[in-house]
Design a protein around this ligand. Structure first.
Ligand code: FES
Length: 319
């Protein structure tokens, strides 16, 4: 199925903090954009073959605009640098309809939002939604330095400003995040959400587990995942065409399949979005993504071919 893309224009562009560009995207004619739920992202078609996901951080109740924040990553493979360099005020760009892999739980007694650096973006949309619902929540925004962080002013002036707590490495001990205290004991109805750099998220998730939070109460969204293509070579059979290809060390299944003319739809190329998911008919995958749950990985019947490899000598895929 060909996805219908939305044509939008960069209505406003602002550099905030250290290397974050905040973009307001609207329809050119000012009509409303499709509905989205807090936690959703859009795919931005930055250039030919260059598609990246960014979380929406605007108020889901305001469909006149989609706001997003993009940190310029010096190690960027084109994505964030492309956004910074090409999406200027007035530029037109195509985006996907919003998709949500990081939704709020339906009902919560209390929600704790923990954003590290640019990982605060989905949390801002969540805070707008929780405030609108009249629910109990806190947003904790952690970063190295206040002056290098984006969204400070927006959060200070937001209708939910009283629910926002900032924690910066270079500020006083009194504002440091006491994770155990903030999380409290894991209880039914208390949900924790986190997004940020890998080390920050690991620390938060391990803390939540120690506090007794169960998997259903820990919600996480990864970004900037390194793709690890190390490991022995193995064979992949594309069952529908009968084509066989050898995946070399340092190569992805995706690239190996492309060499024999099999194209798989992709987006993030980092094991984050799930776009390249394929069914496994035979063999044992070596899952290296952060998209599938532990249970789904244990099922060994699906694989994300942009990043995962094989533990067996051969994988047969339903493609
Ligand atoms: S393309 Fe996003 S998970 Fe593979």
């Amino acid at each position: 199925m060909i996805e219908e893309l939305l044509d939008v224009v960069v209505r406003k562009r602002e550099l905030q903090g250290d290397g974050v560009v905040v973009l307001d995207l609207t329809r050119r004619d000012g009509s409303l954009l499709p509905v989205f739920d807090a936690g959703a992202h859009v795919d931005i078609h930055i250039g030919p073959g260059l598609v990246r996901q960014y979380s929406l951080c605007s108020n889901p109740a305001d469909l006149s605009v989609y706001r997003l924040g993009v940190l310029k990553d010096p190690a960027s493979r084109g994505g964030s640098v492309g956004v910074h360099n090409t999406l200027l005020e007035g530029s037109e760009v195509q985006i996907s309809a919003p998709r949500n892999l990081f939704p709020l739980a339906g009902e919560a007694r209390r929600s704790i939002l923990l954003g590290g650096g640019i990982g605060v973006t989905p949390m801002i949309a969540m805070a707008y939604a929780l405030h609108d619902r009249g629910e109990t929540f806190e947003l904790h925004y952690c970063g190295r330095e206040r002056c290098r962080s984006a969204f400070i002013e927006e959060l200070a002036n937001a209708p939910f400003a009283a629910n926002v707590f900032t924690h910066f490495d270079d500020e006083g001990a009194e504002q440091k995040l006491d994770l155990a205290k903030v999380l409290g004991k894991g209880e039914v109805g208390v949900h924790m959400y986190t997004c940020g750099p890998g080390g920050f998220m690991d620390w938060v998730i391990q803390g939540a587990c120690r506090q007794g939070y169960t998997e259903e109460h820990i919600h996480k969204e990864y970004f900037q995942v390194e793709v690890d293509t190390s490991g022995d070579s193995f064979e992949v059979v594309a069952a529908r065409s009968g084509k066989t290809v050898q995946v070399a060390e340092g190569q992805t299944i995706l690239d190996a399949l492309a060499q024999v003319g099999i194209k798989i739809e992709i987006s993030c190329e980092q094991g984050v979005c799930g776009t390249c998911l394929c069914d496994v008919l035979e063999g044992e995958p070596d899952h290296r993504d952060v998209y599938l749950t532990d249970d789904e990985k244990a099922g060994n019947d699906q694989i994300l071919v942009c990043c995962s490899r094989a533990k067996s000598k051969k994988l047969v895929l339903d493609i």
